[in-house]
Design a protein around this ligand. Sequence first.
Ligand SMILES: *Cc1c(COP(=O)(O)O)cnc(C)c1O
Length: 427
Amino acid sequence: MKLYSTNNRNLEVDLKEAVLKSLASDKGLYMPSILPKLDDKFIKNLNQFSLQEIAFHICSTLFQDSIAPNDLMSIINKSMTFPAPVVEIAPNISTLELFHGPSLAFKDFGARFMAQLMSYFNRGEKKEITILVATSGDTGGAVASGFFNTPGIEVIILYPSGKVSEIQELQLTTLGNNITTCEIDGTFDDCQSIVKSCFLDPELNKTYNLSSANSINIARLIPQSFYYFEAFKQKVTNKDLVVCVPSGNFGNLTAGLMASKMGLPIKHFIAATNVNKVVPDYLESGKYEPIDSISTISNAMDVGNPSNFTRIKELYPGLDEMKSMISGAWYTDDQVKQTIKEVYDTYDYILDPHGAIGFLACADHLRKHDNEYIFLETAHPCKFLDTVESCVNKQIPLPSAIDSLKGKEMQKQKLPNTFDAFKEWLL
Ligand SMILES: *Cc1c(COP(=O)(O)O)cnc(C)c1O
């Protein structure tokens, strides 16, 4: 398999380099040079395959001979360990629940697959990889659990003291082993700037084989395309299928568009956001104007300059072409709260604030078009406990994975918010 940089089509690398480097040397994002069409027979007979078998078929076709079949099977079996069920909520509107992994958000799919691929490609190397991640909450949990006990990889997580929820802090600090967590006396931006300084520091780079687990790594996107096939397989309908993706950095939507390019018959996508509506605005006006992000209750989507927009432009260079495949939609916090309440009262289903935006966008589109709709439920509602409980006016039960974290000992290194302090500790 070859991948090119979005800044230069002629700069091609193999899968190993794209996964281990994350970003191209010219700062572009990696995209597959070819997105092969999967055979019709496979798409027609999806219901005969498990999620793992679907993943194997897609990877075999996409990766060509980059990974031997036995190794590929093992990578998939170790990362795809939980289901992605489609649940019908209202007439013609279903959700694809992506929160059944260990950190209760869809990011588990990408983080676990990336961990396995990195470990595979680093096999036989003398130096282990040290991954540095700054987190405001969600990404760190998925990365910590995804890389836990992965051979050849050490993970160091930096999070801002007092700025993550209790559940998130437990997810970050109770694993131990190859996961080390630093509580930084500062903000998320401080954590991020310490990580950036580490990558630029010659002494640290000599001592450690530093890498990052951020969301622009292509190894996080590829596994996210699998569950679009899984959704199509489960939704038996004679109507056309429209899929709505609540979006922040637009990785999830990019993965869906890649699935469509590989032949999955999805008729149309809805890119749904909160008031950080840079992409819906682009689809209206043809102008891409990044903003400073605005805080909302669907905070995993508070992104003012989505990193994967470049990739979407690669797939659909012209505005008309993009509009034929993607519509935009955006909603306010009040609309989100109202929807969580109404959907619970009417259909007895508890949405999280991100899924609520997906539901709303489907319901609005359905009023004008006769399609079947699926939206992605990107996180379990208990991750946004206060907001959701106040909307549905009752306590929501915690999944057992979270309940069992309570009472576990937190292991963390407290550090001041300077690069020098972090460096000294690391060395
Ligand atoms: C990360 C995240 C999103 C945004 O996904 P993108 O791929 O960045 O568009 C949406 N919802 C939740 C709950 C998330 O954690």
